[in-house]
Design a protein around this ligand. Structure first.
Ligand SMILES: CC(C)(COP(=O)(O)OP(=O)(O)OC[C@H]1O[C@@H](n2cnc3c(N)ncnc32)[C@H](O)[C@@H]1OP(=O)(O)O)[C@@H](O)C(=O)NCCC(=O)NCCS
Length: 158
């Protein structure tokens, strides 16, 4: 896709309403959310570039395409693992053009540049997609009564 840029969310706050709507539609029912409010709050907390959590947005010509984040914790009960790639989402009409992969790569590069050696994520059903990007399953997990897997990726050799 031409003209795709990936920016820190803090530099593109105009996308927050659309982002909140997308994330609410994707995960709101699993999380038991009734309004967009919790989503907006969480996005606001990701408006950082020097400390976690940090969110990025992919966009082109003023159109929001997707998002991803780097977080200290993402999965309740696994506070022993840190940090995490999370909140990976591409707008339904923009999928299968490499935007998701580009967002993951941005988070990995940012983690690497901050001296992080190992990154974690959990996924209910995208294991094959992450495997193709060099991720390995670490252990099964349960998130809001749904089963998934924790995966990890070694970013650099110590
Ligand atoms: C998972 C998700 C982020 C992927 O985003 P995406 O932008 O479609 O990802 P990519 O385009 O990088 O890769 C998707 C597929 O398109 C293919 N692809 C990549 N670039 C392509 C291109 N230029 N042309 C055609 N296909 C392409 C990839 O090979 C991949 O193939 P696969 O479906 O066999 O795995 C997106 O589907 C999504 O938001 N899903 C809902 C939320 C979700 O599940 N998030 C992950 C939570 S763990």
């Amino acid at each position: 896709m031409r003209g795709v840029r990936i920016s820190y969310l803090i530099d593109s706050p105009e996308y927050i309403p659309q982002l909140a709507q997308w994330l609410f539609e994707q995960w709101g029912s699993i999380l038991g959310e009734k309004t967009l409010e919790a989503r907006i709050k969480k996005l606001n907390a990701h408006m950082n570039r020097d400390q976690l959590p940090i969110a990025w947005v992919a966009h082109a010509n003023g159109q929001l395409l997707g998002t991803a984040a780097l977080r200290v914790h993402d999965l309740e009960g696994r506070e022993d693992l840190t940090p995490w790639l999370g909140g990976v989402f591409v707008g339904p009409q923009f999928r299968r053009r490499g935007i998701g992969e580009a967002l993951c790569a941005t988070v990995e590069t940012a983690a690497k540049s901050r001296g992080i050696q190992t990154l974690y994520l959990f996924t209910l059903d995208k294991q094959a997609w992450y495997s193709r990007q060099g991720w390995t399953v670490l252990a099964p997990c349960v998130w809001h009564e749904r089963s998934g897997d924790i995966m990890y990726k070694q970013l650099q050799v110590a």
